[in-house]
Write a protein of this length. Structure first.
Length: 99
């Protein structure tokens, strides 16, 4: 991000709203489960088409999908049958110092 720029989101009516950061102490509700739920309910927040156009639009197949290697946080499929796996991670994770 360029210095002096404010991250902004655009709403469906064409309005724009500056994004504000939250402190670590206020971040309790914004954990990895929140990210997974948001992506599951609103797959458009994942910019799959920026990586490869064939992967968009995403359709959610579920969260915490069990595999032999461990659960997949979010699993999506495109209309062309291409799979997208997402591992949700917070930028600043309060568990980052865990053992």
């Amino acid at each position: 991000m360029r210095r002096g720029c404010t991250p902004t989101w655009l709403d469906s009516q064409g309005g724009y709203h500056p994004l504000i950061g939250i402190s670590r102490t206020d971040a309790g509700a914004y954990d990895e489960a929140f990210l997974q739920k948001t992506m599951h309910e609103c797959p458009g927040v994942v910019p799959a088409d920026e990586f490869e156009a064939d992967f968009a639009p995403l359709v959610s197949l579920g969260r915490e999908i069990p595999t032999q290697a461990g659960p997949i946080d979010n699993l999506f499929v495109s209309p062309t049958g291409k799979l997208t796996l997402v591992e949700a991670k917070l930028w600043r994770n309060p568990e980052q110092t865990r053992q």
